[in-house]
Design a protein around this ligand. Sequence first.
Ligand code: SAM
Ligand code: SF4
Ligand code: F3S
Length: 446
Amino acid sequence: MSKKVFVKTFGCQMNVYDSDKITDTLKNIGYEKSEDLDSANCFVLNTCHIRDKAKEKVYHEIGRVREAFLNKKKPLVIVVGCVAQAENSEMLNREPYIDLVIGPQSYHKLNETILKFEKNKQKNEITDFDTLEKFNYLSKIQNKNSKVSSFLTIQEGCDKFCHFCVVPYTRGPEYSRPFNQIIDEANRMVQNGSKEIILLGQNVNAYRYKEVSKEFRLSDLIMSLEKINGIERIRYTTSHPRDMTKDLLDCYKNSKKLMPLVHLPIQSGSDKILKLMNRKHKVKEYISTFNYLKKINEKIEFSSDFIIGYPGEEIEDFENTIKLIDTIKFINSFSFIFSPRPGTTASKLKPIDEKISKVRLKIIQEKLFGYQKLKNKSFENKYIDVLVENEIKEQKKLFGRNIYMNSVIFEGSKSLIGKVVQVKVVKTNQNTLIGEFSNKYKFKAA
Ligand code: SAM
Ligand code: SF4
Ligand code: F3S
């Protein structure tokens, strides 16, 4: 019987990138990618630990797999990602259905660990921080995923230790991949049909790679990708406000392919809360980054992340967050109630009343969604550039994104996939722009 692997992914874009790499890696030991769990004999669960109930979600998921395979041969069950790193051997003790637990910096050991397990059925847990080896190994694995828009991890881990965050513990210390390794990978993605590259890192703008006397930064990567024929769009995420250096900001002057949406999480509009969070920057500096970019290009828009109800958040702090939202008018954002994470500094602080947090979250989200809807509405009856990513089979429609990452749905021929086309927006809602393909305008061949 052929070997098949089904990978389920929770969490951030980096997990999506990792899951693709895992599928590519497993091909080398005979596992083909399966689109459904039922036909798989290996189940990989890629996990996220960022907010509460992360652990429970994992065990719940494993329970569902056990049920699905009740009358069938048990699949090989592997837990990877940030919960794997945080919980390590605990997972094997608590849930005997799990066979292997492998942390994010040990994916280069996946194949040998699986092969060993196939022979001796011995459960194993690998959670070393071996980032250099991992990327050396994974960069040699051929990318077999052909996607119009591709994630590309350039930096991993974090040394910033914001008091609320588990990432420095689950992803380990900051590591920047060699410059040429990244450019080679981008070229391979383009050969496989990618038109958009989204550079990834937990602190993507902290990217620094030294070679002899030259230090490469994110700005160098952007300007090098700019020169690759076939790349139409460049994005990067997630950035930290402290690392928005001038060379990076000036890419918005010098690059034609860098998209005008800046995702820059601030978490709170109160300096007092930013200090308590250990963010090490002030609201004023954030606004001045915004103003600098707006001067370069009026079309540039911001999106952000907010944590509501952080320990110590008083009504004035909350009002300052509202004020900041009114100043920047973010066009898209994520907002969450603070969730105490094990091992972090903030988990020891006195939490604020949950009811208050819930009310504040509702107010913030209404405000954020208001600006989001307003921006979307401003596209109505206008022609926008859309990079067509795929077909929504059930609706027989095409799916793509505009320059601000908004989802756009319209009718058109499948031959448009991979091209930047012009679409007239006819209707909008909070999350989607509905459009019509405009053949009045000549589309740019990709
Ligand atoms: N490195 C990015 C930065 O510094 O902004 C953030 C990366 S984190 C994976 C994504 C988002 O999750 C954060 O921006 C924050 O809003 C949210 N987050 C992280 N820890 C959280 C916690 N303990 N409770 C609630 N939200 C949290
Ligand atoms: Fe977490 Fe981002 Fe802070 Fe790092 S910079 S600790 S990833 S929130
Ligand atoms: Fe989650 Fe780990 Fe990403 S905790 S957000 S999967 S870095």
